[in-house]
Design a protein around this ligand. Structure first.
Ligand SMILES: C[S@@+](CC[C@H](N)C(=O)[O-])C[C@H]1O[C@@H](n2cnc3c(N)ncnc32)[C@H](O)[C@@H]1O
Length: 263
């Protein structure tokens, strides 16, 4: 076991490393901010479609009476490296959600729509299980590196998302942009530094990140580059956050989060 892996096993070091890794991971930290902001809108029975290892359960749980996480069995089995305690509650084959019509008050779907070859069919199913006064909270990427291959099919504009929702009988009430041109550039730069330069995928998995891509990610990497790469990533993430605020270009974003209700 290398020295970095050993250091990460020491809890205070592991926790500090995870906090820093989340802060420089603009995609994750900006998405998490949106999720924390969106969570109070959820209520009643919540279905998390494509829940992965249920990373947002503790954020939504105080607002809902029940939290059910469902996963596509085949995709989950071939991509995820989840610990048993974070496993989904149910699996299905990606066709019909195994629930009655109008059985959930809230449906959550975070960064899933790009992973199905039939996004309209998935939104039709989501619409079917939503109660008439229910709410869909969905986030989908506009700009993201290839991930969970080969199950990575699409990127989305707000117009495409609106059209898919309308065809499924849903009315989009709000769309939030996640990040801006500088966080897009910063995220790509930091992904390059972390994964290509330092080869830190294995370290990320050890910190509890990238679980949805965890299978097949090699341990090791080039930890001796970390003293150069980590300060560079901090500088990139800090600059991107400042520039997003003061020099925005809303035609470039990381993802869109939408809120939709049955028509
Ligand atoms: C990028 S991961 C996101 C996981 C989790 N929502 C999160 O934000 O951490 C995409 C997930 O969608 C799941 N998935 C792919 N196709 C699906 C489908 N048709 N129905 C439900 N889940 C699906 C994959 O197994 C994977 O766990």
């Amino acid at each position: 076991m290398d020295i970095v892996a050993r250091a990460l096993e020491f809890k205070p070091v592991g926790r500090a490393a995870r906090t820093l890794a989340d802060w420089v991971d603009l995609q994750y930290s900006l998405l998490l901010q949106q999720i924390i902001r969106a969570a109070p809108r959820a209520r009643g029975r919540l279905l998390d479609v494509g829940c992965g290892d249920k990373p947002y359960q503790s954020i939504f749980r105080p607002h809902v009476s029940e939290y059910v996480g469902i996963e596509h069995e085949e995709v989950f089995a071939s991509t995820h490296a989840s610990a048993a305690e974070h496993r989904p509650d149910l699996y299905y084959d990606g066709n019909r959600l195994p629930f009655a019509d109008k059985s959930f008050d809230t449906v959550l779907s975070i960064q899933v729509l790009e992973h199905t070859p039939r996004p309209q069919a998935l939104l039709d199913e989501i619409s079917r299980v939503l109660r008439p006064d229910g709410l869909l909270i969905l986030s989908a990427p506009f700009s993201a590196r290839l991930h969970e291959e080969p199950y990575d099919y699409f990127r989305y504009t707000p117009h495409g998302l609106r059209s898919l929702c309308e065809n499924a009988g849903l009315v989009v009430t709000e769309i939030w942009e996640q990040g801006n041109i500088w966080s897009v550039i910063g995220h790509k730069l930091n992904s390059y530094l972390a994964f290509r330069a330092a080869g830190s995928q294995g370290m990320a998995v050890r910190m509890g990140k990238l679980k949805h891509e965890g299978k097949g990610l090699a341990a090791g990497g080039r930890p001796w580059l970390l003293p150069l790469v980590v300060p560079a990533m901090v500088a990139v993430a800090g600059s991107a956050r400042v520039l997003d605020r003061f020099a925005p270009d809303p035609t470039e974003v990381l993802s869109f989060m939408l809120f939709a209700r049955p028509r």
